[in-house]
Design a protein around this ligand. Sequence first.
Ligand code: ATP
Ligand code: MG
Length: 240
Amino acid sequence: MSPILAISGLSKQFGGVTALAGVDLAIEEGEILGVVGPNGSGKTTLFNVVTGVHKPSGGTVLFRGRDITGLAPHAISRAGIGYTFQQAMAFAGLGVLENVQIAGEHARAGGTANPWPTPQALLDFVGLSALGGEKAGVLPFGSLRLLGLALALATRPSLLLLDEPAAGLNDRETTALVGLVRQLPGHGITVCVIDHDMKLMQMLCRRLAVLDFGSKIADGPTEAVLADPKVLDVYLGGDL
Ligand SMILES: Nc1ncnc2c1ncn2[C@@H]1O[C@H](COP(=O)(O)OP(=O)(O)OP(=O)(O)O)[C@@H](O)[C@H]1O
Ligand SMILES: [Mg+2]
């Protein structure tokens, strides 16, 4: 089967900084793929280029075989790629449920079967249904992260990109998040997740890709990648 997302030779320069240096990466339908690498290795830039936040300097991105390279973010979102940001984001002055409603208004028509037909059902899924009437701005950090997940799911993605979804969460919240993310492939949503927490990545991902200075240095089964001397080398003194 052809991959849901096929990235070839993707590069991105910011002035003199090479954030991505010709990355090839395939995401298979139905998997939860992890992307790891040291700070500044290009992980967020990879997501930003795939989702149209930044235009690539070179290379191509095919989504279900369609060339989406350099399209505007709204066009890529409508094609079916959802994104949660490294910084938790919502409209602080609006209600929690209202935030999910607004995110869903711009969802594409048709596409994948939507397991969460209403904003309320999405809030139930992420465990925030009791807080639907609260202003998003008063949510504690962990709940704001879960709201971010609900907002991304409201756009009805068939591929969801999660950038450090567990950053700042406590152990209980992280366990809850893992439980939610693991359910997504069963709902027809392929996942690609960035995180520094290798325990989390081992729980979520059968396959890992590793970036270092904008290049992919490893890609394969999680345990094999984490034992790869090249990977250990870039994390030397780090948290592996
Ligand atoms: N908008 C931008 N303008 C200029 N340089 C940028 C921009 N975004 C990223 N960079 C640079 O590109 C490189 C890769 O950054 P990126 O944010 O993709 O790394 P990362 O792997 O996500 O790091 P972290 O683990 O800290 O989130 C860094 O050198 C960064 O300073
Ligand atoms: Mg980042």
